[in-house]
Design a protein around this ligand. Structure first.
Ligand code: NAD
Length: 499
């Protein structure tokens, strides 16, 4: 099935993608797989107005009813998992297994949100005043603007949209301009579900296909209550302050620089598998990809040669083919960044194994690379940066305290992991004095989170949380109500104010 077949099977007319001002290329072979028409400032403005009008209707629909729409969306995704998963692979270049996994993640968050639609609970609080009750109310927040990155072209929308819809909020989605086809297909599935539901207001879910210049209008617009932005820290540095300036809300899901510590008691076979998936899986293009390895000096001589052997045995190639473990980088820009990162690493004393472009003859317009291992004496400047490519920096440690210090000494704080069979180390790692990241795993790698937990990270990763746990609260506004059922009017803190 090529991209046209996938689009057809998803219910779209492939003809619609023959013209348009944005060319979409597959990272698999660099060939054009479609063209889409981008929004202008005027069309985006109209969409924001439409979403604001939809909010006025949607916020009054009972949450469990809103959940029914999300249940129907989940059904559409189940039915079309194969075609949408394949389209993710064709447009983004991740392995077919991962493309399908991404759609499964959308289905999972829909299921989660359906249950949540009956559990948007607030607290009841004991009042200090007799005859008074206090409670928290959770109300819909308003229009949610979702900005997503190329590397999770559809799941990030689902994490946000499934929760936003049950919370009573319309969504305008600005996907990466590298992956608009999967966004259009997803929006179409939403529209099919909305039609079956029958009560969704026009404008509840809309797409804004545009670059960052036009998207800036949405970021600046007061009618958009929440901007949930996933992408690089550089993007967050612009989007965060812009929304803050107008007192809007943000969920920022930005860059990571994730480390695995391997302790002397670790199950090395387990560690090896966890490191490999984390470092080379998705060609190093996950926000949670393993970028740093901190290995105890006693096992360094065993683990690192084994890891190099494992790297040498990896099949790099077309992500649609069985047996391939590493697909292409998204584009030439990503390859240039990888080369620059490795050059800087070498100049900072790094000893490089691997790296470089491969399969150039087979795919002259695509960018396949050999994943690289870089052994570093210390955590130099380049190791503090997120290069969005399969580069793994390896450092040695002697004392556990040093390992934690190395883990925490980067500006980002997304994901982290330790492989150890020492319960004290494991507990310490997840404690307040351990990893400073939003994700701290024990005996599993840094990537591959489940939707049930809150996902996100600290420091330059932005501090946002999405998906499971109580992340839904970011999509609602809270009011605290005190109700007096007496004929007295006592003031809090015992204050007297009487004539
Ligand atoms: P990117 O920052 O280049 O783009 C992300 C999105 O932001 C795109 O839709 C882009 O068009 C938009 N954008 C960029 N600048 C903007 C601006 N000034 N105003 C409005 N929109 C703007 O990132 P990318 O290359 O697509 O994705 C890779 C990055 O995303 C990595 O840094 C990765 O770690 C990060 N990421 C983070 C998470 C997370 O949950 N923390 C998840 C996925 C990806």
């Amino acid at each position: 099935m090529n991209a046209n077949d996938c689009l057809k099977s998803l219910g779209l007319d492939a003809k619609q993608f023959e013209t348009g001002d944005l060319e979409v290329k597959s990272p698999i072979d660099g060939e054009v797989i479609g063209r889409v028409q981008q929004d202008t400032a005027e069309t985006l403005d109209k969409k924001i107005a439409k979403a604001a009008a939809a909010f006025e209707v949607w916020k009054s629909v009972p949450a469990p009813e809103r959940g029914e729409l999300v249940r129907l969306l989940g059904e559409e995704l189940r039915t079309h998992k194969a075609a949408l998963g394949r389209l993710v692979t064709l447009e983004n270049g991740k392995l077919l297994q991962e493309g399908l996994g991404e759609v499964q993640e959308m289905i999972d968050i829909c299921d989660f949100a359906v249950g949540l639609s009956r559990q948007l609970y607030g607290l009841t609080i004991q009042s200090e005043r007799a005859g008074h009750t206090m409670r928290e109310n959770w109300h819909p927040l308003g229009v949610v603007g979702v900005i997503s990155a190329f590397n999770f072209p559809v799941a990030v929308w689902a994490w946000n949209a499934a929760l936003a819809f049950v919370c009573g909020d319309p969504v305008i989605w600005k996907p990466s301009d590298k992956t608009p086809l999967t966004a259009i297909a997803t929006q179409h599935l939403f529209e099919v579900a909305a039609k079956k539901f029958g009560k969704a207001p026009d404008g509840l879910s809309q797409l804004a296909i545009c670059g960052r210049k036009i998207a800036a209008a949405m970021v600046e617009d007061k009618r958009v209550a929440l901007i949930s932005a996933t992408g690089s820290t550089a993007m967050g540095r612009i989007v965060g302050p812009t929304v803050a300036k107008r007192f809007g809300s943000t969920i920022l899901e930005l860059g990571g620089n994730n480390a695995i510590i391997v302790a002397p008691t670790a199950d090395l076979d387990l560690a090896l598998r966890g490191i490999l998936f984390g470092a080379v899986g998705t060609c190093g293009q996950r926000c949670t990809s393993t970028r740093r390895l901190v290995v105890h000096e006693d096992i360094y001589g065993t683990l690192v040669p084994d890891l190099k052997k494992a790297y040498a045995s990896i099949t790099i190639g077309n992500p649609l083919e069985d047996g391939v473990l590493v697909g292409p980088l998204i584009d030439e820009g990503a390859f240039v960044d990888m080369e620059a990162g490795l050059k800087q690493a070498a100049s900072e004393g790094g000893e490089i194994t691997g790296g470089g472009r491969v399969l150039k003859n087979e795919f002259p317009n695509a960018y396949y690379v050999n994943p690289a291992i870089v052994e570093m004496e210390k955590q130099s400047d380049i190791v503090h940066n997120e290069t969005f490519a399969p580069i793994l920096y390896i450092m040695k440690y002697k004392n556990f305290e040093d390992a934690i210090a190395i883990q925490n000494a980067v500006p980002q704080g997304l994901s982290s992991a330790i492989f150890t069979n020492d319960v004290r180390e494991a507990e310490r790692f997840t404690s307040a004095t351990g990893s400073d990241c939003g994700i701290a795993n024990v005996n599993i790698g840094t990537s591959g989170a489940e939707i049930g937990g809150a996902f996100g990270g600290e420091k330059e990763t932005g501090g946002g949380r999405e998906s499971g746990s109580d992340s839904w609260k970011a999509y609602m506004r809270r009011s605290t109500s005190t109700v007096n059922y007496t004929s007295d009017l006592p003031l809090a803190q015992g204050i007297k104010f009487e004539t």
